[in-house]
Design a protein around this ligand. Sequence first.
Ligand SMILES: Nc1ncnc2c1ncn2[C@@H]1O[C@H](COP(=O)(O)OP(=O)(O)OP(=O)(O)O)[C@@H](O)[C@H]1O
Ligand SMILES: [Mg+2]
Length: 254
Amino acid sequence: MLQLNNISKNFAGLPALCQVSFQVPQGQLTALIGPNGAGKSTLINCITGVAPCSSGRISFDQTDITALPAHAITRLGIQRTFQNLRLFPRLSVLDNVLTGLTCEGGSSLFMAMLRLPYLRHRERRLKLRALEALDRYGLTAKAHWPAGVLAYGDKKRVELARATVGNPRLLVLDEPVAGLNAEETCVVAEHLRQLRRNGQTIVLVEHDMDLVMNAADQVVVLDSGQCIASGTPESVQRNPMVLEAYLGRMEATA
Ligand SMILES: Nc1ncnc2c1ncn2[C@@H]1O[C@H](COP(=O)(O)OP(=O)(O)OP(=O)(O)O)[C@@H](O)[C@H]1O
Ligand SMILES: [Mg+2]
């Protein structure tokens, strides 16, 4: 479904990604792992058009998306969450989730001001879908709270609700359980398994190895901007280069 060919990204001449290539098969969960600073978020930013790559090619269902802006990539059906949450703190939880449906609810300002019956009907339908998403993530009671006052775990789930409400073709998640306690992590892990069972294609960046090894169909490992391994969770766990990337880093910081 998604194909990355020789993706490189430089920041002020310094390489953050170097010739990264891999494929994301439809209906599978691909985990992207690697030590801090490996380039995982940078790669996600390239895929989603938040920060275009310096060279290489990214195609999504045969369409070249390498140079497309983020909103065009969203329209093609790629939705994401952010490692550092990006909610609208003053908007309600419901309105934040509704922003995940903007691709489907577009109309000109003039048309919106006319309040035509068909537009009101569409608004109601979108609101219903957003409420269903909030229900799936256990957030119904907080639908009208400003998102900014929520606890961190709830904010993470609002991002998940917003990213999934439009049934994206590809869901890209940047550390969805980072900072959550064990109980909250279990809840989110179950949501991910449910999405996977429903055939959702997912790219998951995560440091929680239990979650990765239990949920992933394939694992891609980045280290210092390079793809050092890819394959099944079992094969990657046994790969000496992966062990070196993680254990070497732990020894250095010990
Ligand atoms: N906007 C930026 N400007 C300059 N350098 C950046 C920028 N964004 C990322 N980098 C650098 O690129 C490298 C990769 O960073 P990135 O955030 O992609 O790593 P990561 O694998 O997501 O790490 P983590 O697990 O800590 O989230 C790092 O050396 C980082 O300092
Ligand atoms: Mg990151």
